[in-house]
Design a protein around this ligand. Sequence first.
Ligand code: ANZ
Ligand code: ZN
Length: 807
Amino acid sequence: MKNYDHKQIEKKWQKQWAESGIYKIKENSKKPKSYVLDMFPYPSGEGLHVGHPKGFIATDIYSRMKTMQGHSVLHPMGWDAFGLPAENYAIKNKVHPKIAVKKNIKRYKDQLEKIGFNYDWSREIDTTDPEYYKWTQWIFLQMFKAGLAYESHEPINWCPSCQTGLANEDLEDGKCERCSSEIELKPMRQWVLKITDYADRLLADLEELDWPTHIKESQKNWIGKSEGALIEFKLKTKEDFADKLEVFTTRPDTIFGVTFMAISVSLAKSWLENGWSVDNKINDKVKKYITKTTKDQAKKSFKDDPDKTGINTGLKAVNPINDEEIPIWITNYVLNDVGTGAIMAVPAHDERDFLFAKKYDLPIKEVIESSDENLPFLEKGKLINSEDFNNLSSEEASKKIVKKIKGKFTHTYKLKDWVFSRQRYWGEPIPLIHCGDCGVVPVPESDLPVKLPQVKSYAPTGTGESPLADIKTWVNTTCPECGGKAKRETNTMPQWAGSSWYYLRYMDPDNNEALVDPKKEKYWAPVDVYVGGTEHATRHLIYARFWHKFLYDIKVVSTPEPFARIGKSLGLILGADGRKMSKRWGNVVNPDEVVGLYGADTLRVYEMFMGPFDQEISWSTESMIGSRRFLEKVWRLQDKVRSEVDLNKKPTNEDLEILLNQTIKKVEEDIESFSFNTAVSSLMILVNSLEKEEAISTDYYFKLLKILAPFSPHITEELWHKLKPDNKSVHLEKWPTFDDQKLTSQTIEIVVQVNGKFKYKFKASRGLSESKLKDLATDNEKIKDILTNSPPKKVIIVPDRLINFVI
Ligand code: ANZ
Ligand code: ZN
């Protein structure tokens, strides 16, 4: 037997698989289908580290098992290559993003190919390929035509360093996710997608998804539906700049506890614009507060919990329930873009109002009976100090109060419409044309794709305009409607665009006529198992679900949801030092090196074995050697394999038979539930037992190779061909079935007791009747003696376990 030479074996089979095309996949109506998908990577300049392929290995194993189980399996791979990271890399390294991306993709692909994945590369997609983004633009056009895309001049998050507008979703603690700069608010013309039109469906349809609870929770919180009522408070005196305040409240039942009103700075500013002036009631200090707070908020606008500040406007509102006059304050804790930007403050029952009232010495009035003395009391309950409404429950009181004061029940969402334009070069051009006469006109579908023009300088202009605005030959065009002079839209789409529908394109990547052929879509949709990092629990999954639902509405897709199941979320592989793998910490492990030294099969087994799939675990090269030893044992076992004929002389080993059946069952179930680590450990137990045998049957060994094949595709293929030279791949074999009858031993031990004390035990076959057991137990000299002297008063029998004579 030769030594296990992983280098030679892995190279050989990777070449052979590619040449014979065993991973090419077609729709096959006679077979069930499985669509197994990884969140596709963006090809960064750094290349892959060993953490990246963990999820890819998992889906590879899963999809290989499904293939062996007779499914038609779609398991594709591609590149999410537009966006800031690719562009910033290109700027830093002074290469055109197109060239940088090409190079990075090649590097990534080389690295992935060394790990032996079963991707059908004929379906590879690249979001920056005009033949791909033609359809990204096409979807945008359909949304525009459906009224789901609109222009807005509202202030947007502006990163002064990346020189671009960002969505709320691109911020981390109010800072730019990419470069950590403080974000400013800057008014700018933007394209915005009305994702809020889909908020209810995005929420309701979560129910039907087989996703980890925590991801569903993240989605729920992101959408942030809150049910409440809109209530009007009149101002005590009618002013030119305002005569009423409308508030959104989730607790109309607490209206008797309102001791002040609080408005946001931007509402105060709109009053200023409408004529609230120093001659007209505003005090200078209030004006200064507004200016200062506006500045603070522009810097830290998204800090969750700023120190609460405020100032009394001197104006008064009237509580509609009892005509009480209440002061109106401007505060920094009433958010500008939530609800109506004004609240009725109830310090006794709301945390923020309570802290504010304490700080500024405002009255606190309890209106809900509370069992403990500490305020605020946040729960619902029975009303007190509320006149006619005393003793009612919160729910009942809410209904009656809202009715009486003519408020209206409604709901709000935290989810905001999606700011969909970026003032950058490296993105899909937005396919619109601005015409002086016709307004905004969509590019005709037949003119798609609108290709990104070649430019010399693609760095941000700093004016807030996209670098595309400088390319006059590209910008100046004719209006598709009137033929007059017109200009192209110069904003590009955000990084999230291409990834919001890519899973559909894998189904039909070369189609020039349609985004996807409906027949193919019907066959493959939805994605059966989707795997990726928790960093995508909100944004990517919300955006993709939104686009999908829109495509469902316009009948491009046949299912209301894109991803039926998310197996388990992907736990990161950390560096050996327990920190996130990063150049900065010098703890990056390159898979190429590991594959070179120990083999792709070892890397694959180790990454699955190192711990539960959804947990963060530190890399350890020493532990990986354990996985290598395991494969070496499998390799050496080939010497013990004998044909059944030779083995027939020996009695069958029942224990081994049972272990094999148990292992098949366990591996199958564990792969299905993404419990890969326990699948590997049961394979290890089986191999250790086989190693103790003098000889093992080909049948056993073949079964072992088949259930190990998804984990270690190269070594198993090599051994398979050595022992069964019929030129068929182990990866196209049928998944072995286990025998239900052989999962537990048929021979068991029965304990015999007298008065609860152990006397002896004997072997019997499973499932014997009570009388038979009793006969066997008394067929023993010792027991016979005892029982003839003192006949049993009672016999207790636990089937298959124990028999106890009470004397
Ligand atoms: C009176 C009240 C009494 C409230 C009470 C709560 C408890 P969620 O559930 O998070 O949506 N609110 C409304 N608009 C606001 C804004 N622009 N900025 C800050 N807070 C705002 O919260 C809804 C509640 O948050 C509303 O109900 C309102 O305070 C406050 F015992 O009204 B409540
Ligand atoms: Zn026109």
